[in-house]
Design a protein around this ligand. Structure first.
Ligand code: IMP
Ligand code: MG
Length: 174
């Protein structure tokens, strides 16, 4: 794609791997009976695949897809459910896996609809968080890295569907 490119590496592949391994260990010990992962497509696909590889024991997973009706690089606050889960959450120990919590509007919507399905436990893991952008006090139990208000790509995160495949996280030049 011509035009914009990531101008700077924020987290290398090695930094991400070591943090994700730590998160997996912490999460796994908080879920002694195993866990059911709900991954949010598309952005969480790479985080999920590494996180899950660092976990042993009982791990099941399901996927949902949402669209934040993003206008350019900002979230509009409206969330559309594009793909729902295949199985129920009733009585399960659930972990939502998301790429990034920005305003928190997407996650807060997701947590509400998933909580209504009566999981026994519902916690959330996000690789990245931009605390200065928050518009709701959404609860995220596991955060990989807190970052400043910059638009990042790579490791699942996109700009206009590009750069999801990068093994590192970079900042878009403006
Ligand atoms: P929120 O609803 O504002 O928390 O934003 C949710 C979604 O916006 C995330 O799941 C991402 O898909 C997208 N998003 C927010 N910040 C970034 C970014 O820096 N890079 C890529 N996508 C982002
Ligand atoms: Mg997302």
């Amino acid at each position: 794609m011509a035009g914009r490119h990531p101008s700077e590496i924020l987290f290398t592949a090695e930094q991400i791997q070591s943090r994700v391994a730590e998160m997996a260990k912490e999460i796994r010990s908080d879920y002694p009976n195993g866990l059911h992962i709900v991954a949010v497509l598309k952005g969480a696909f790479m985080f999920l695949s590494d996180l899950a590889r660092y976990m042993d024991g009982d791990v099941s997973m399901d996927f949902m897809a949402v669209s934040s009706y993003a206008k350019g690089t900002t979230s509009s606050g409206e969330v559309k459910l594009l793909k729902d889960l295949d199985t129920t959450l009733d009585g399960k120990d659930v972990l939502i896996v998301e790429d990034i919590v920005d305003t928190g509007l997407t996650l807060s919507y997701l947590q509400d609809i998933l909580r209504a399905r009566a999981p026994r436990v519902l916690r959330t893991a996000c690789l990245l968080s931009k605390p200065s952008r928050r518009q709701t006090d959404v609860k995220v139990e596991y955060i990989g890295f807190a970052i400043e208000d910059r638009f990042v790509v790579g490791y699942g995160l996109d700009f206009a569907e590009q750069y999801r495949n990068l093994p590192y996280i970079g900042v878009m030049s403006s």
